[in-house]
Design a protein around this ligand. Structure first.
Ligand code: PMV
Length: 317
């Protein structure tokens, strides 16, 4: 008899963002999004039968409410299973501004599926993981994935896209170690009150087609341009929200964004993307990443920089 099951999911960074819900109960997004899975950051999760649903991250007990709610969604969808102790080892540094909820909910979904012997494809697992965290849909797949927004519970899930041998790299700037002040869910609710919101959604659909073409053409410069435009326009929605406008930017964010422009003027391939926090991720190629990291580390002595490269899909132990 199975007593426990373990899965490992790597986190992903959206090059085309998910920033708004068409249905908040089902977590259906307003846009399709496209991501790169990262080798360096992952979550390993074990589920075992316990007296009640309970979560431990890096050995510390956590508020288990969100996990308990998600496990109940899985019970409703797939049939009942016992209460679980969920033991997660999280190798996504909170300070990196990468969504650890992506790898966490993907690993949890896969571990629960393995425990219960559910025979599901990664696309089907992705659909289930969506109910825990939207970005988790994309963490089942190696390298590049698209979360198709769909228009129902059944049609909204992610799949892999094949982009052979693209030497993409990210330079991750760890600007802030603090917990984010506006959760992604709350941020989305506010952003959707911006008068510019619909224009961002419409533009995103066009950008997604351009992005897919740029990936197939291995045009990293174009990939970076589109990703930067998409991310900065997302952050502009936060500033122009009519309900409690806000920003994730801080002064270091602005300084790093300026430095990226200067690096470009010097001939580097360097484009910015940002998520629900002040940290900047620089899209570049594997050849230039070390020089970009070094140039920025010299200029910003208090900020730490990491290089991240394309990573694998879901795996099991
Ligand atoms: O799935 P959530 O709630 O972690 O939201 C993710 C939102 C962004 O990271 C800002 C964008 C994205 O597509 O990952």
């Amino acid at each position: 008899m199975t007593t426990n099951a373990t899965a490992i999911a790597h986190t992903n960074i959206a090059l085309m963002k998910y920033w708004g819900k068409a249905d908040s109960k089902l977590n259906l997004p307003t846009t399709s999004s496209l991501s790169l899975t990262l080798d360096e950051y992952y979550t390993k999760t074990t589920v075992e039968e316990g007296p009640e649903d309970k979560l431990y991250i890096n050995e510390l007990p956590q508020d288990s409410k969100r996990v308990h709610q998600f496990l109940n969604v899985l019970r409703e969808e797939m049939g009942d299973f016992p209460p679980f102790t969920v033991i997660s080892v999280n190798k996504v540094p909170l300070s990196a501004g990468l969504a650890s909820s992506a790898s966490s909910f993907a690993a949890l979904t896969a571990a629960v599926a393995k425990f219960n012997n559910w025979d599901l494809s990664n696309e089907e697992l992705s659909r289930l993981a969506r109910r825990g965290s939207g970005s988790a849909t994309r963490s089942f797949f190696p390298d590049f994935a698209i979360w198709e927004k769909g228009d129902s519970d059944k049609t909204s899930y992610a799949h892999h896209i094949d982009v052979p041998d693209l030497p993409i790299a990210l330079v991750v700037c760890k600007i802030a170690g603090t917990v984010k002040k506006v959760s992604s869910s709350d941020g989305m609710v506010r952003a959707q009150t911006s008068p510019n919101y619909q224009a961002w959604v419409d533009e995103s659909a066009k950008q997604l087609e351009e992005m897919k073409a740029a990936l197939q053409e291995k045009d990293l410069e174009k990939v970076g341009q589109i990703a930067e435009a998409n991310a900065l326009a997302m952050h502009e929605l936060n500033l122009t929200a009519t309900d409690r406008r806000f920003t994730y930017f801080n002064q270091n964010t602005m300084k790093v964004l300026d430095a990226i422009k200067e690096l470009r003027a010097q001939g580097y391939l360097a484009y910015a993307t940002m998520d629900a926090g002040p940290n900047v991720k620089i899209i570049t190629n594997q050849e230039q990443a070390p020089a970009i990291k070094e140039a920025l580390a010299k200029r910003f002595r208090k900020i730490q920089f990491d290089i991240a490269t394309p990573g694998p899909g879901i795996s099991y132990e």
